[in-house]
Ligand binder design. Structure first.
Ligand SMILES: C[C@H](O)[C@H](O)[C@H]1CNC2=NC(N)=NC(=O)C2=N1
Length: 92
């Protein structure tokens, strides 16, 4: 039974939920590549601290992030927690 996750705040913050794939996704756009990479670095440190890592793609100043719990085959609280942290880090 998938744990009951409150996705509403994340959806309101611009995350999209792919129910079939059990993913949360969001695209972040920055002014420069350096700003984008700095954001990725900050996210990476939290991902490592929490042992929960994003699937992501960087193209110049854009970072596309997709979150899922690979070991659970779908979304868990770990994804919700990391998504909230990612939004905090993007806000600077
Ligand atoms: C061995 C290591 O703990 C696991 O591979 C961790 C690492 N980071 C992870 N990140 C994500 N998104 N899902 C996982 O299942 C996962 N598992």
């Amino acid at each position: 039974m998938a744990e009951a996750l409150d996705l509403a705040p994340l959806l309101a913050a611009g995350w999209s939920h792919d129910p079939s794939g059990g993913r949360l996704s969001k695209t972040f756009r920055f002014e420069t590549f350096v700003a984008a990479f700095g954001f990725m670095t900050r996210v990476a440190l939290w991902a490592e601290k929490w042992n929960h890592h994003p699937d992501w793609r960087n193209s110049y100043a854009t970072v596309e992030i997709s979150l899922t719990s690979h070991d659970a085959g779908g979304l868990t609280e770990r994804d919700v927690k990391l998504a909230r942290k990612i939004d905090e880090l993007a806000a600077g």
